[in-house]
Design a protein around this ligand. Structure first.
Ligand SMILES: *[C@@H]1O[C@H](CO)[C@@H](O)[C@H](O)[C@H]1NC(C)=O
Ligand SMILES: *[C@@H]1O[C@H](CO)[C@@H](O)[C@H](O)[C@H]1NC(C)=O
Ligand SMILES: *[C@@H]1O[C@H](CO)[C@@H](O)[C@H](O)[C@H]1NC(C)=O
Ligand SMILES: *[C@@H]1O[C@H](CO)[C@@H](O)[C@H](O)[C@H]1NC(C)=O
Ligand SMILES: *[C@@H]1O[C@H](CO)[C@@H](O)[C@H](O)[C@H]1NC(C)=O
Ligand SMILES: *[C@@H]1O[C@H](CO)[C@@H](O)[C@H](O)[C@H]1NC(C)=O
Ligand SMILES: *[C@@H]1O[C@H](CO)[C@@H](O)[C@H](O)[C@H]1NC(C)=O
Length: 804
């Protein structure tokens, strides 16, 4: 799960100040000429009168002998640093800072060599002062400020601080590395406040990726003000105010404020409770930040973009960028993620002549990702296959993007990589194949064609009750299974894809190694236990499902089935990478889904946003539609539930365990077929000796859709009273009474999207109709969700009417 708090904390926790009993000099805030501080010595900082801020040496926790010269929030446990000397920082133990009349503050190393000073100062210093605002000032005899830390900002602004025309603040390298980072906030002479990246180690300034828009010639901005109440605004020439801060301010009496240009390029205003006793909040909360989406905004030529070369930038729930390497690539330098990623293979026009490209490369498909500045050729009126083919036979091509029937060929390094679900683009990354075991497909296709016809095994009626009574009888429902499986002819197109997605056959030992002897369990399902693993040859993370031992079917049938599953590819389905069939050991190897199950995501304390939820609902619907109608083999899933929906690194919904109903069936005699599915999601026909059709999945999807809308389980006895325990009943009541706000817990984003919310609900009620023939097909469901076809008012899904 995303941790909201962790990313708000700018990694300052690693640093602590070492303030021994005697290390705090005095508490009047005043520093007289000749006074000094020593790194690691008895006196290592000067406090402001209130004790809120300290100026001095802060020790690096991980490096005992290194100290940072800076200013920090003294009363906060993590001693958040707000200013640091811009040169030769950190310094070693024994370094000394002295206040002098002529030179201001002088910082010397233990040998006496000068490291830093308060340059430039004009005139003679009389004394220095650590102000309660966090400003460290040097004053002359006339009490005029001749040097202020506020006028030489680092990466942070504090209330009462201003930025004038020409002022710049720079990000640091990382939370613990205070060297100059890759981003700047500048107040330009034209009155605009802008954010831009620079190309380190030079100062080459890239085009800005954010601007305040205050460069109006007749009335430009003249100053950025962070005022005493926590408001950040731009003051215009005529003193008009252009407010930047958004969100509700809290009292500066009870809260600290700061605004920091984070090392990832996002400028954020934060607040933090001053009450750090046990009940208080011990983290900085973001109030406002710019830009809205740095992954998209930071697009510049002659630069790598927010994340570095060959990377993909994705925005997390806190609007902070998360950087990832595409599959087949790894970090160039594990200690510096912004140096970018390198391919794990050699792509070389010389080498590639030895074998045919088909033997050497495969494509990894990612939807909604683009590297907009790496194109070298565009081909028009191309379809996906032609596009990939063109890249495959072009030794310079690293990636192709298909968008709007145009094929964009891209070369390394890929820059400005970003996730952008609006572009509607599909990326195919050309990566070198690991050495694969020959495909099983040709051997198995003959056995598949034997059972051409629909094979329907009716579910024996286990329980004669209505399904709704079953909802209430939460106890003892036997989980069974059943499946339908209909073989259509295998299209030639699929045969062509096969060569690109070879199903691997693993030895048991391979998988023991990959999972480190089945060390980390990811979950338990109706078919066996799932373990996390990493393939030793390709470093590909995988999920290994160890099937229950009771498979008795012939080896041939198992292989045939696995091959069918292995050849189903869709962006909303979890791909089968390979399998192992060795003696009693039967294992399936799937691609690893880094963001866990939908159940974990939906029912966690941190509610996913409405837009994330609607995207997931679309994803599940698309995946099901594919299984039901679009793949060459119709598959009824039979067990759609949030535990079987996984989330990939981009939070795309991916259906898992499809096709397994058939696998599991094979070793069951037909007489003991029982109900398959999970309570709360099972369609009534399972109990009624009715034919089982794709509509059972539609039913389960309806239940799932309600859960996605409401972020709660379909049956939850702890939901405050009988009338709320069964989600479908409660939702239908709310829908009839027009109290939809209750369903989404007053979620603002969902409430602002009332039309879609209502439409989604209506679709869900159509899906959970007791009569299967009333339920729409997944195709219709998709069209209704997208708003392409009208959704009529659903009849009550409950034959007996609602009971509450
Ligand atoms: C501390 O800062 C406040 C606000 O800027 C200012 O009014 C005050 O004079 C400063 N104190 C000293 C001693 O400079
Ligand atoms: C900080 O990062 C820069 C650039 O990556 C590096 O040269 C420097 O050694 C780092 N400093 C510390 C203290 O780690
Ligand atoms: C610039 O400022 C003037 C005076 O405030 C205003 O009338 C004008 O509309 C502004 N122009 C733009 C482009 O915002
Ligand atoms: C800070 O600015 C806001 C917005 O301009 C204003 O309402 C507020 O009174 C200001 N606070 C102080 C202490 O000046
Ligand atoms: C800090 O918070 C705790 C718990 O909420 C409360 O008991 C205490 O009185 C607060 N202290 C101050 C100084 O506000
Ligand atoms: C503390 O701050 C975090 C970060 O914003 C927030 O998620 C959490 O709800 C806060 N906790 C309390 C008790 O206010
Ligand atoms: C798609 O391509 C067509 C023809 O090249 C063009 O007219 C249209 O504007 C494009 N649409 C988008 C969304 O780029």
């Amino acid at each position: 799960m995303l941790s909201a708090m962790a990313s708000f904390l700018p990694c300052i926790l690693i640093i602590i100040s070492q303030l021994a009993n005697l290390s705090v000099a005095q508490n009047s805030g005043r520093v007289n000429l000749g006074q000094s501080l020593t790194a690691g010595g008895k006196i290592s900082s000067w406090l402001s009168p209130s004790g809120d801020f300290a100026f001095g040496f802060q020790q690096f926790l991980d490096k005992q002998d290194l100290f940072l010269l800076g200013i920090w929030f003294e009363k906060l446990p993590d001693k958040t640093v707000v200013w640091y000397a811009d040169k030769n920082n950190p310094v070693s133990k024994g370094s000394k800072l002295t206040l002098t009349a002529d030179g201001g503050l002088l910082l010397n190393d233990p040998q006496g060599g000068q490291l830093w000073n308060t340059d430039p100062i004009v005139g003679q210093v009389d004394f220095a002062f650590m102000n309660d605002t966090g400003n460290f000032v040097l004053q002359n005899k006339n009490s005029e400020n001749i040097w202020e830390s506020f006028k030489h900002p680092s990466d942070t602004l504090l209330p009462t601080q201003t930025m004038e025309i020409g002022d710049v603040i720079s990000s640091r390298q990382s939370g613990t590395n205070f060297s100059r980072g890759r981003f700047q906030l500048r107040f330009l002479p034209n009155g605009n406040l802008v954010l831009n990246s620079i190309n380190l180690p030079s100062e080459y300034t890239n085009e800005h990726y954010y601007e305040s828009g205050t460069s109006n010639i007749s009335n430009p901005g003249k100053r950025l003000v962070f005022n005493d109440s926590g408001n950040i605004f731009i003051q215009r020439q005529n003193d008009q105010i252009f407010t930047l801060t958004e969100g509700k301010l809290v009292s500066t009496k009870d809260y600290y404020y700061r605004a920091t240009l984070n090392s990832d390029g996002v400028f954020t205003e934060y607040y933090h409770s001053k009450n750090t006793s046990s009940g208080g909040n011990k983290s900085w909360t973001a109030l406002w930040s710019v830009p809205e989406d740095i992954c998209i905004a930071s697009f510049v030529y002659k630069s790598s973009g927010a994340c570095g070369f060959n990377r993909i930038c994705r925005l997390n729930a806190d609007k902070r960028p998360v950087c990832e390497c595409p599959r087949g690539f790894t970090l160039l330098d594990a200690n510096d993620e912004y140096r970018g990623c390198k391919p794990d293979f050699i792509q070389d026009c010389q080498l590639d002549t030895e074998s045919s490209p088909e033997e050497l490369y495969v494509f990894q498909e990612i939807t909604g990702v683009d590297w907009p500045t790496s194109d070298y050729e565009a081909l028009q009126a191309y379809d996906e296959d032609k596009c990939k083919d063109s890249c495959l036979h072009d030794c310079m091509c690293a990636v192709v993007i298909m968008r709007n029937n145009t094929c964009w060929k891209k070369k390394l390094p890929l820059s400005n990589g970003k996730v952008d679900n609006n572009v509607g683009a599909k990326a195919f990354i050309k990566i070198r194949k690991p050495n694969v075991v020959p495909d099983q497909h040709s051997a198995s296709s003959s056995s598949q064609t034997k059972n051409q016809n629909a094979l329907i095994i009716g579910g024996s009626v286990l329980l004669g009750f209505s399904v709704f009574i079953n909802f209430l009888l939460l106890g003892a429902m036997g989980m069974g299974f059943l499946f339908i499986y209909r073989e259509k002819s295998i299209s030639t197109r699929q045969d062509k894809d096969v060569s690109r997605f070879n199903l691997r056959c693993f030895s048991y030992k391979d998988l023991v190694d990959a999972t480190e002897v089945f060390k980390e369990e990811l979950g338990r399902g109706s078919f066996g236990i799932v373990y996390k693993g990493v393939l030793k040859d390709t470093y590909e993370p995988v999920a290994v499902k160890k099937l229950d031992r009771n498979f008795r079917d012939s080896e041939k049938e198992f292989k045939a089935e696995v091959n069918v599953i292995g050849h189903i590819h869709h962006k909303n389905l979890v791909r089968l990478v390979g399998y192992c069939d060795e003696g009693l050991q039967r294992l399936l190897v799937y691609e690893f889904m880094s963001n866990g199950t939908l159940a974990g995501f939906l029912f966690d304390d941190m509610k996913p946003s409405w837009s994330q939820r609607t995207q997931i609902a679309f994803g599940v619907a698309r995946g099901l539609l594919y299984l039901h109608e679009e793949c060459s083999t119709q598959i009824i899933h039979c067990d759609i539930k949030p535990q079987n929906i996984l989330l990939d690194e981009f939070y795309n919904a991916r259906i898992s365990d499809f096709g397994l109903a058939k696998l599991l069936m094979m070793e069951q005699s037909q007489t003991n077929t029982a109900i398959r599915g999970t309570k709360g999601y099972v369609a009534p026909e399972w109990f009624r000796n009715m034919p089982i059709t794709v509509k059972v999945d539609v039913y389960s999807f309806g239940e799932l859709l309600l859960e996605i809308i409401c972020c709660r389980r379909s049956v939850d006895l702890e939901m405050g009273g009988e009338e709320k325990a069964i989600l479908a009943y409660w939702a239908y009541d709310c829908y009839r009474e027009g109290t939809l706000d209750a369903l989404v817990g007053n979620d603002k984003e969902a409430m602002n999207d009332m039309k879609n919310l209502e439409r989604f609900l209506m679709v869900a009620f159509w899906c959970i109709q007791e009569d299967p023939s009333l339920r729409p097909t997944m195709k219709k469901v998709m069209l209704m969700l997208e708003g392409i076809v009208q959704v009529s008012v659903p009849p009550s899904p409950f034959l007996f009417g609602s009971i509450c």
